[in-house]
Every structure is written in structure tokens, then in C-alpha cells.
Ligand binder design. Structure first.
Ligand code: MTE
Length: 329
């Protein structure tokens, strides 16, 4: 986010928008999508990524079906159509696998089985959850949430998972716990991050944080699936955070550790650029990012082009004020 673009990545000329007829020819469509993404990422590796990805097959990355999951009726309508999966699952931010949006193929190197999610710190019942715990111990539900990146693009995503507070009920944070620190999977041999020299000192592993009250909010969600299937690796398999009233970078992927703590923890983007990426990072149209006015947003995949050119006004808390405004009163 911070290093790789000279301009917001939705700012492209009409010549770069995928023509309508390509939409229906899926393989060629994906190839053109990837070409556009590579063109925007100012990485010297761009050309290699492009030819490699054009031979790939997005569909084989899309996870296993998750049957019998009920849709939570309170979150069945996000006020916008869900983003088609071919867009959402091929246009990702996952810097452990590179600095472009086109990481869906390289992310397949992520080893997700077995998986151990360690939960500890200021809790009464520290616990480690494996893959079966994540998909069977907690009752799974589907929630269609709006998703808003700080880069001013937006999607609508049908996540499958469970509320964060269901996990809190198991581990029972103590009264001393005020914040929660989430850590993503990191192994430099597997997740090297962008291979650019100036990015060598990124503060891996990727970490994020919430207050305990935010984590206990009805909306805060752990996703283990999306679009009816287990999470693809590019979305942060096997378990990632989803906090839809905050900018997308708050949703750490592939979580291995959750620690309840007394003080506000250091987090990845906030450490890198505290003037650009606040710890709180709520969607707020009147609080401009130094490089992206947050007043408007552009939807990915709403039209036949990758980006809808119709700008939408950004809504405070991404439209979820009725659930979260009290947290910030
Ligand atoms: N989590 C990890 N571990 N690494 C990342 O680079 N990127 C964040 C967030 N979680 C990121 C991450 C950002 S900037 C965004 S916008 C969202 O993931 C993108 O989620 P998606 O690719 O599933 O749409």
C-alpha cells in the first residue's frame, strides 16, 4: 500500500478498463485483469509475474465446499450486490506474497494443513485451535459484508465464519485485557514479501490489533470461508479477521496467534507509516488519508469492467454505524 504505487490503483485510463466482451471469456478475462494489475504495480518483477500468472487457473485455488452453512439474515443484504468471485479472489493485498494485487498464484505456497491458532495472554483459558476446531467447534454462518480498502476501492464479500466473541467466550479474557494483538503466518522461506530492496525492513510478521470492546462487537468476525467454500489462500486461509467498519488492512490474514494484552500493541502498517495508517482505522469519509481522499469509493467488479466508474460516497463506518458508533461515542 505504502510503497508500490505512484497513484491510487483505481486511477486508470479508460483504455485500461477491461472491455465487456472479455468478461464472458473467463480465462482471457483473468489474463487481462492480471495484466492491468501488473501494469499498475511499479515492480521490476512485473513482467515475470504476468506471464506466469497467465498460465495459472484461478478456479483450482478456490477451496472446498462448506455445506449446510446458514446465512445470517441480519447480514444477508449489504445494500450492494456481492462482488463476483473472479474479481475478489484475483485482486488481493497479501504483501507476504508480493507487492502487487496479483498474488493469487504465489499465495498457493502457504502451508495451511496442519494449522495451529494459539490464543493466550490475559485470558483464563489459553487454547490452541486446529483446523477442525475452526470449522467445526464454532457454529459457522454466512455474512455478506461491505469491504472497504484504505486505497478507496470497495467490494461486497460473502464471508463464512463465526463471530469473534464466540472465541472470546471460550478463552475468557480477564479484566486486565484491554487490547488484542493478532499475528499472521510468517516464514521468510515461504512468505518472502516484496523482493524490492527498499522493502527489506518491513516489520514482519504482519500484525493487527483491536480493542477488546471492538473484538466483542457483533460485527467482528473470523472468516474461514468465502463464496460457499473454505478460504482460498490468497484471502488468508485458513482463518482471517473481518472487521467491516474498518479499512481492509485491519483484517489480518492467516492468523497463527491471538494475544490479549493490557496496552495498545504495535501493528504492521501503523509501525511503517503511523501518519497514514492509524491503529483505529475506522472508515471515515471526513478523515482524509494523505494520498487518498476518503470521501468517495469505487466498486470492484460491479459493472462489466473491473472497476465501476460510478463513484459512490463513502459512508461513515462503512455503513455499520448502528452497530459500532457507540464504541466511539
Ligand atoms: N494480512 C496479511 N497477513 N498481509 C497483508 O498484506 N493485507 C491487508 C489485509 N490483510 C494483508 C492482510 C489489506 S491492505 C487488505 S485491503 C486486505 O487484507 C485485503 O483482503 P483480500 O485480499 O482478501 O480482499
Amino acid at each position: 500500500m505504502v510503497f508500490f504505487k505512484a497513484r491510487p490503483d483505481w486511477q486508470r485510463s479508460s483504455a485500461q478498463v477491461t472491455p465487456e466482451q472479455i468478461f464472458w471469456r473467463r480465462r482471457r478475462f483473468i489474463a487481462s485483469l492480471i495484466g492491468a494489475g501488473v501494469g499498475l504495480a511499479a515492480t521490476s518483477a512485473g513482467g515475470c509475474q504476468r506471464s506466469k500468472a497467465m498460465d495459472g487457473d484461478l478456479e483450482r485455488t478456490l477451496g472446498e465446499p462448506l455445506a449446510g452453512v446458514r446465512r445470517n439474515s441480519a447480514f444477508a443484504d449489504a445494500g450492494r450486490e456481492p462482488t463476483p468471485q473472479q474479481y475478489a479472489s484475483s485482486y488481493n493485498n497479501y504483501y507476504e506474497f508480493g507487492g502487487s494485487k496479483n498474488i493469487w498464484e504465489s499465495a498457493q505456497a502457504l502451508p495451511t494443513n496442519p494449522w495451529a491458532l494459539e490464543v493466550g495472554g490475559l485470558v483464563k483459558n489459553p487454547a490452541t485451535f486446529d483446523l477442525d476446531d475452526l470449522t467445526q467447534r464454532f457454529e459457522l454462518e454466512e455474512r455478506i459484508y461491505r469491504f472497504r480498502c484504505v486505497e478507496a476501492w470497495a467490494m461486497v464479500v460473502p464471508w463464512i465464519g463465526f463471530p469473534m466473541r464466540a472465541l472470546m467466550a471460550v478463552v475468557e479474557p480477564t479484566a486486565a485485557a484491554k487490547y488484542v494483538h493478532f499475528t499472521s503466518y510468517y516464514d521468510p522461506a515461504v512468505t518472502p514479501g516484496p523482493s524490492l530492496g527498499f522493502a527489506r525492513d518491513l516489520p514482519w510478521p504482519y500484525t493487527e490489533g483491536l480493542t477488546v470492546d471492538e473484538m466483542a462487537n457483533e460485527l467482528a468476525f473470523f472468516a474461514v470461508g468465502v463464496y460457499g467454500r473454505t478460504l482460498p489462500k490468497q484471502h488468508g486461509a485458513p482463518v482471517r479477521m473481518v472487521v467491516p467498519w474498518k479499512y481492509g488492512f485491519k483484517g489480518a490474514k492467516s492468523i497463527v496467534k491471538i494475544e490479549f494484552v493490557a496496552e495498545q500493541p504495535a501493528t504492521y502498517w501503523n509501525t511503517l507509516a503511523p501518519n497514514e495508517y492509524k491503529f483505529e482505522a475506522n472508515v471515515e469519509p471526513d478523515v482524509p488519508h494523505p494520498r487518498w481522499s476518503q470521501k468517495k469509493e469505487r466498486l470492484i467488479g460491479e459493472s462489466t469492467a473491473m472497476f465501476s466508474w460510478e463513484e459512490q460516497p463513502t459512508v461513515i463506518y462503512n455503513g455499520y454505524g448502528e452497530y459500532v458508533a457507540d464504541l466511539y461515542a
